[in-house]
Design a protein around this ligand. Structure first.
Ligand SMILES: [Zn+2]
Length: 342
């Protein structure tokens, strides 16, 4: 088969309601030949699809489970299951082509390698099919082969053809509540994760985990960068150039937390409270005369910048440069007193 990217079939705690829904359908022999898995990014929809594929292909068919031990499950684990097809945009391509869908449909029309077994195709991200690919898939959905299952995975179900959607059994993956997401994150990292990570990730735990990992990496860099800037060793243009790559939105998250922590410390009137994640006080001498309104306005501007998603590196650089100039002005307001104290 063409694609053999094996994803972990491990379920995540917030998948439980969707699992129940599908097990009930399986036991009642009402599992559709096409399933549309929808939900926001960062919830492990691909993993859920992998779990479903493995469970459907498993030789122990009473439960929708995936035993992990039968010949089929072993083939799955080896990434070489002959009755499982992964369809994703080909390398360097943005979209899933009609040729890919045609090849998939041809395969699904043939008999399975293991007699009486399912043939499964996972299409992810389904909204990235070209219109002709989607129309071609529609024909297969209208006349499904025996014992075949098509799993469409998407964060944008509304971007699919209505006619495609209507032929699928819908399974929604929902965000867990903040409490259980935080608990899961703590279990994964072995230490408390800042609640803001979950906020930045729009409540999606897998994305929050990625942010938390990236955040730890960025932390040192951002401190050095700001120290060098504030002590005049580098200028705003250099810093803007360093920050304006694809990591910009994560850097803006970092700055958001840093500024909020500065403002909190200044409001409390104590340097001690400017403890920024795990690393103790940072720039405490700025705090006493800090222009708090100015700091909040910098937070707003950082959030606006993140929401804008500027396309070109040059646009991003210019926007960051003007943000940094404003930041310097806000922090400069604190400097006379800072100098007087020193
Ligand atoms: Zn099995």
């Amino acid at each position: 088969m063409t694609e053999s990217v094996v994803q972990s079939p491990q379920l995540l705690p917030w998948h439980a309601p969707a699992v129940e829904q599908l097990r009930a359908a399986w036991q009642a022999q009402r599992l559709s030949h096409a399933i549309l898995i929808g939900g926001p990014e960062g919830l492990g929809k691909g993993r859920f699809a992998s779990w479903l594929a493995r469970a459907v292909l498993c030789e122990r068919r009473e439960l929708l489970e995936g035993c992990g031990e039968c010949a089929s499950c072993l083939l799955y684990a080896a990434g070489s299951h002959p009755d499982l097809l992964w369809i994703a945009p080909e390398e360097d391509k943005q979209q899933i082509s009609i040729d890919q869908i045609r090849a998939c449909s041809e395969r699904l029309a043939k008999t399975s390698y293991r007699q009486g077994s399912y043939k499964v195709a996972i299409v992810e991200p389904a909204h990235q099919m070209t219109p002709s690919a989607a129309n071609s898939l529609l024909k297969t959905l209208e006349e499904p082969g025996a014992e075949s299952l098509i799993i469409l995975v998407t964060s944008r179900p509304s971007a699919l053809l209505a006619t495609v959607r209507s032929r699928c059994q819908k399974v929604a993956i929902h965000r867990p509540n903040a409490g259980s997401a935080t608990q899961w994150l703590t279990e994964q990292t072995g230490k408390p994760v800042l609640p803001q990570m979950l906020e930045f990730a729009g409540g999606a735990p897998l994305r929050a985990l990625m942010y938390a990992e990236r955040f730890a990496e960025l932390d040192g860099q951002m401190r050095d960068s700001l120290s060098n800037l504030l002590t005049g060793q580098v200028d705003v243009t250099q810093v803007a150039g360093d920050w304006a790559d694809e990591s910009l939105s994560e850097r803006l998250n970092w700055l958001d937390l840093w500024l909020m922590s500065l403002a909190r410390g200044a409001l409390a009137g104590t340097d001690d409270l400017i403890t920024f994640p795990e690393r103790g006080a940072y720039l405490p001498s700025l705090s006493r005369a800090l222009n708090i309104t100015g700091v909040y306005s910098m937070v707003d501007r950082a959030r606006a910048l993140k929401a804008q998603l500027l396309r070109t590196a040059l646009q991003r650089e210019l926007a960051v440069e003007s943000w940094l100039i404003a930041l310097m002005q806000v922090l400069d307001a604190a400097e006379p007193k800072h100098r007087a104290n020193a």
